[in-house]
Ligand binder design. Structure first.
Ligand SMILES: Cc1cc2nc3c(=O)[nH]c(=O)nc-3n(C[C@H](O)[C@H](O)[C@H](O)COP(=O)(O)OP(=O)(O)OC[C@H]3O[C@@H](n4cnc5c(N)ncnc54)[C@H](O)[C@@H]3O)c2cc1C
Length: 290
């Protein structure tokens, strides 16, 4: 859930280039989303479907606003986790060593989680190795004028899985901007191309889909989501209570924001149960306690 802000001659525009919206289907997640709505963090988005929601004012702000009460270190690349002789954990990153911590949990794609687990828990590493992610190329386009589009949301047209004009979303009106997400087959087959090559291809696909002649875009960009979606492995979370090492994320549960939330919540309960908080026993069937 990510938003790219672009400064243009026509003003600043934020384009949700990761998950452009999310659905709330399950009872617990719907209750959480209803609370976020009361706090002004999200709004329903009928153009996306009857269960679709948007972060307000953009998708990324939902994450930053939910994280605000917590001690979060942003923009830090973790390159290792280190366990001390007394079971304490440290995290090494491009900013140095952090810790000590009582427990470590990951919420990263499986391909990026494997190296963290490999030195500590082979079973966790094996499960993450068995999961795989598929890619998504996203194109971001800003135009001087509104495109004469009949529809502001397009699905499954040529290589396009989803295209959305920002005018279709509340609080994101100007300047005219479009997100174009290619389907996974196209994205995988163009995975090694440079973003400078991809952006014109996706712009041309958008013009074709809208039935428009060549329309010059004022700003063009493309973003490669190498690990965009993963089918899930049918487990809500992984937790090694002895090591106090865990994993959550959509790669365990399925390729949607709701699945990631469900997984994180399940792992939170397991961590709590280890540290003497609430019990996770009611969810044991779906959890993977190693
Ligand atoms: C293009 C795209 C479109 C999508 N569309 C939808 C949609 O329409 N509806 C929907 O419900 N869901 C959609 N999703 C899926 C949704 O975004 C994910 O299911 C959800 O974000 C997964 O959350 P997560 O916490 O498991 O992982 P992520 O959101 O992938 O978060 C993992 C984070 O870990 C960071 N990270 C990875 N490695 C490291 C490291 N070594 N150190 C530090 N940080 C690291 C990453 O940068 C990332 O910020 C889409 C995803 C993409 C990419």
């Amino acid at each position: 859930m990510s938003t790219r802000h672009m400064r243009t001659r026509f003003g600043e525009v934020g384009i949700d280039h990761g998950a452009p919206y999310f659905d709330a289907v399950g009872r617990d997640f719907r209750a959480a989303v209803a609370a976020w709505r009361r706090d002004g963090l999200v709004a329903p988005w009928r153009e996306g479907g009857p269960q679709a929601w948007l972060g307000i004012p953009d998708m990324a702000s939902l994450i930053t606003r939910l994280a605000a009460p917590h001690d979060v270190t942003w923009r830090t690349f973790v390159n290792g986790i280190v366990r001390g002789a007394h079971g304490d954990w440290h995290i090494s990153s491009d900013r140095g060593l952090h810790g000590p911590f009582d427990a470590v949990v990951t919420a990263v794609p499986p391909e990026q989680a494997v190296p963290f687990f490999a030195l500590h828990d082979l079973e966790m590493a094996r499960r993450a190795s068995a999961a795989s992610s598929s890619a998504c190329w996203a194109g971001l386009f800003v135009f001087e004028r509104a495109l004469p589009a009949v529809s502001l949301v397009l699905r499954d047209t040529g290589p396009i899985a989803l295209a959305i004009c920002n005018r279709a979303k509340p609080l994101r009106t100007k300047p005219e901007s479009w997100l174009v997400q290619a389907d996974s087959e196209w994205s995988e087959s163009h995975l090694q191309r440079e973003s400078e090559d991809i952006a014109p291809l996706l712009l041309s696909a958008l013009q074709d889909a809208l039935g428009l002649p060549v329309v010059p875009a004022h700003e063009v960009a493309a973003h490669r989501w190498r690990y965009a979606s993963s089918a899930g492995i049918g487990k809500a979370a992984l937790w090694n209570a002895d090591l106090k090492l865990g994993a959550c994320g959509d790669w365990l549960t399925g390729p949607h924001a709701e699945c990631a939330w469900t997984s994180g919540r399940a792992l939170g309960r397991l961590v709590n149960s280890t540290f003497g908080g609430i019990s996770a026993s009611s969810e044991k069937d779906s959890l993977c306690v190693l």
